[in-house]
Design a protein around this ligand. Structure first.
Ligand SMILES: Cc1ncc(COP(=O)(O)O)c(C=O)c1O
Length: 396
């Protein structure tokens, strides 16, 4: 059977490959400790599950949902943005719930990218920005995120001929995979740049609630005029440990939100209503779970950073996100290093190159691993030695 070129050209999704390797090792009876995926390890808070169960019993929720979701959910999202960021949104035109942020991130390309159009995409980045662009027939022009530029894109480096074809700009803070954060000054510069070149901004912000040491990430929509030029994708996945329920949202520019609404109403039939009720409960209900999760992640972050630094691996303590972005030891590239750790000590980290060329030289470790596994994984990592014994444990 002949497949479409867009499928033939599609690389396997990063985590599908990693998950396959882990499964193969486990099938051979070998223990594997995975720092690979940013999927919260503790359950969805009980009050949210309770609401979901109640709603699941109501036959009214067994029928097709509206593709733009219940007005109550759109209102709850708008109220949450007001409470959290002091951003006012019209629930009817500036809010659209999604079947997880990933779905909307992939689909928005089909609303703005035609054959030959360009999207500016950070490198390294969550892979879906460039994959969506490619599926829609466009091209990604990559903006390197490096230590030297604090993992922020340099807009001035984009050539004029690229800008002429650019329709969308992707940014993501707190960032996956680098864990970098951005302030309002950066978002204001982004608005200015987008306005100047008539580019739609897509800020992906699912990690704004995962932050440490009292730091509070800002929303792109807090920037002056942000709503004139762009949208923000957000998600309940990481804030409320709801990755499995698949619920997120896009908010901001009404024209962009409206375009995605039109596309989606032709492709899907919305989010199961019981899940929408659970989401309303998450957004309106007690918020203590966020601090509880962050306290645990912060403790794990400190353990991880101490151990990595003690064995000579450079990694900065992140202020936010679920990740530690660590430099690979000298003499390795990110795939060699990740492979050596998996093969020799059964520890899985994600090679930075999987997120783009500028991710080379780094691996990503996730904090979403229960404490016992984390400590064991870190001690296995600390015990690893390469054949030339270049990787030496210092101090402890
Ligand atoms: C940067 C980024 N955006 C979006 C998502 C997807 O979120 P969701 O679970 O809402 O689809 C992830 C998930 O890991 C992510 O890291």
């Amino acid at each position: 059977m002949r497949k479409a070129k867009r499928i033939e050209n599609l690389p396997p999704y990063l985590f599908v490959e990693i998950t396959k390797k882990i499964a193969e090792k486990r099938a051979r009876g070998e223990e594997v400790i995975s720092f690979a995926i940013g999927d919260p390890d503790t359950p969805t808070p009980p009050h949210i599950i309770e609401k979901l169960c109640q709603a699941a019993h109501d036959p009214a929720n067994h029928r097709y949902p509206e593709s733009d979701s219940m007005p109550e959910l759109r209102r709850a999202i708008a109220e949450w943005y007001k409470k959290r960021f002091d951003v006012s949104l019209d629930p009817d035109t500036e809010v659209l719930p999604l079947i997880g942020a990933k779905e909307g991130i992939a689909h928005i390309a089909f609303c703005f990218i035609d054959q030959g159009d360009i999207a500016l995409v950070p490198d390294p980045a969550y892979p879906v920005y460039s994959i969506g662009t490619m599926l829609a027939g466009g091209e990604s022009y990559y903006l390197p995120l490096t230590d030297e530029n604090n993992f922020l894109p340099d807009f001035d480096s984009v050539p004029e001929d690229v800008l002429k074809k650019t329709k969308l700009l992707w940014i993501n803070y707190p960032n996956n995979p680098t864990a970098a954060v951005a302030d309002l000054g950066f978002f204001n510069r982004t608005v200015e740049f987008a306005r100047q070149h008539d580019i739609g901004v897509c800020h992906d912000g699912p990690y704004t609630e995962v932050a440490f040491d009292g730091y509070q990430p800002v929303s792109f929509l807090q920037a002056d005029g942000a709503r004139d030029v762009g949208v923000e994708f957000h998600s309940l996945s990481k804030s409320y440990n709801m990755t499995g329920w698949r619920i997120g949202m896009v908010v901001g520019n009404a024209e962009m939100v409206g375009a995605l609404k039109t596309l989606k109403s032709n492709m899907d039939s919305g989010i199961p209503q019981a899940i929408q009720y659970a989401a309303i409960e998450a957004l309106n209900g007690p918020q203590d779970c966020i601090q509880e999760h962050n306290t645990a992640y912060q403790r794990r972050r400190d353990l991880m950073i101490d151990m990595l630094n003690s064995i000579g691996i450079e990694a900065r303590a992140p202020k936010a996100s679920l990740y530690v972005w660590a430099k690979v030891p000298e003499g390795y590239n990110s795939v060699d290093f990740a492979t050596a750790l998996l093969e020799q000590v059964g520890v899985v980290v994600t090679p930075g190159i999987g997120y783009g060329k500028s991710g080379e030289g780094y691996v990503r470790l996730s904090l979403t691993i229960p404490d016992a596994g984390l400590v064991k994984g870190l001690s296995l990592l600390a015990g690893w030695r390469d054949s030339k014994n270049r990787f030496k444990k210092k101090g402890i």
